[in-house]
Design a protein around this ligand. Structure first.
Ligand code: NG1
Length: 390
């Protein structure tokens, strides 16, 4: 976010060019990658994401009147809409994320003022790195600073999640918006998805978070995702007959699952086993990272991948290839698929000294095995949303 940042300088120039005056505020919100805790959020479980140093950035200034004029430098497109009841734009437009956040401000009675915004992003779009959450969080921060109001940080994340669910129409969990607001530099963020308690855990120096995009479109994703959610509910319902107090798979221990295994079909048992063991892995991962034990932390990433692959059955050949290639590089501490699965990305913990070797080995190996090119993003754990008066 420093003054020498070329993205920042070019966006500030763009603002001046488009709106004919200088910006008054600078806002940036990060994308994220989930280190461990997959398919746990909708089971009231634990997740452990980190914000990454890829951002949605905004140059902002207040304007008279009850309108937002937003210019996307990436799309070369202007979108103007009223603060009160902005209509939904039919096409899947970046502008809907801004509109959705304005709707939530209004609904919650948070004061708003008109503003001009020029925005651009370094979060790869469609790569599973949550550019949409970053866009929502940046918008909320821009609206907040322009109106000069205080907003609780957890409330901000919830408001942005509501914007995505209600206006954009994606039934997302809270993780993405939460980490984009609350992350702190150099750390990962442990989140309990039931009560939204959280804590930061420092990520040791000398390691990078490397994201590999398989470039496999997640075609099966939504039907299979919904099916997995249903299976978790069915498993919970079956176990509730003998454990009446449980509300979600979060409330089951491995011992209980083994004891009552006969109540579940093989598929439901394996789905439940993934969720139960994944929650345990997250808790251990948080503890191990806290103690700086990167090797043991990394093995949990591999274990998570195996569980997602065999028990939850949401991996695919290309993701398995990426994880296997990563594991052959000696400086890789851990690797696994991240996100819903059936394509998308892997997350890898790689020693800084091995990053170039990793890039070459994985890119070439992937091309050889699949005939496709993957994208490799080397990331650092970043802080959450920031704003600066210019
Ligand atoms: P991705 O694939 O990152 O969008 C999806 C869900 C998450 C979570 C993960 C699996 C949406 C919008 N997001 O994440 O809430 O359930 O799968 O851990 O559906």
């Amino acid at each position: 976010m420093g003054k020498g940042d070329p993205v920042r300088n070019s966006l500030l120039r763009k603002f001046q060019e488009v709106f004919g005056r200088p910006a008054a505020w600078w806002v940036q919100a990060p994308g994220r990658v989930n280190l461990i805790g997959e398919h746990t959020d909708y089971n009231d479980g634990f997740v452990f994401p980190a914000a990454i140093d890829r951002y949605i950035q905004m140059a902002v200034a207040p304007r008279d009147g009850r309108e937002i004029r937003a210019y996307s430098a990436d799309f070369g497109e202007m979108s103007t809409f009223p603060l009160e009841d902005p209509p939904h734009v039919a096409t899947a437009s970046w502008s809907n994320y801004l509109r959705g956040v304005a709707v939530q401000f209004r609904r919650r009675g948070i004061p708003m003022k008109g503003m001009d915004v020029a925005l651009s992003g370094t979060v790869p779009v469609g790569a599973g790195l949550s550019s949409s959450a970053a866009l929502e969080v940046a918008t909320a921060e821009a609206l907040r600073v322009v109106a000069g109001v205080e907003l609780d940080r957890v409330e901000t994340a919830l408001l942005c999640q509501a914007a995505e669910r209600e206006f954009v129409g994606v039934q997302c969990g809270i993780m993405d918006q939460f980490v984009s607001v609350l992350a702190e530099p150099g750390t990962a963020l442990f989140i309990d998805c039931r009560d939204l308690s959280y804590r930061t855990v420092p990520l040791a120096d000398g390691v990078s978070l490397v994201v590999c995009d398989s470039k496999v479109q997640r075609k099966l994703e939504s039907s299979a995702y919904n099916q997995r959610r249903r299976e978790c509910e069915e498993a919970t319902a079956a176990l509730r007959r003998v454990l009446p107090d449980i509300r979600a798979l979060r409330d089951i221990t491995t011992e209980q699952l083994e004891t009552y295994r006969s109540l579940l079909s093989d598929v439901l048992y394996r789905r439940a086993r993934h969720v139960v063991t994944e929650n345990e892995r997250v808790l251990r991962a948080v503890e191990l990272l806290g103690r700086g034990n990167l090797e043991a932390f990394g093995s949990l990433l591999y274990a998570s991948h195996m569980s997602l692959r065999q028990d939850y059955e949401v991996s695919c050949r290309e993701l398995d290839v990426l994880v296997e290639l990563a594991g052959r590089v000696s400086g890789t501490l851990g690797a696994r698929m991240t996100g819903a699965g059936f394509g998308g990305c892997t997350v890898n913990l790689v020693r800084d000294t091995a990053v170039e070797e990793f890039r070459t080995a994985v890119t070439e190996g992937y091309r050889e095995a699949t005939g496709m090119d993957c994208a490799v993003y080397v990331c650092r754990p970043s802080g959450g949303v920031l704003s600066e008066r210019l």
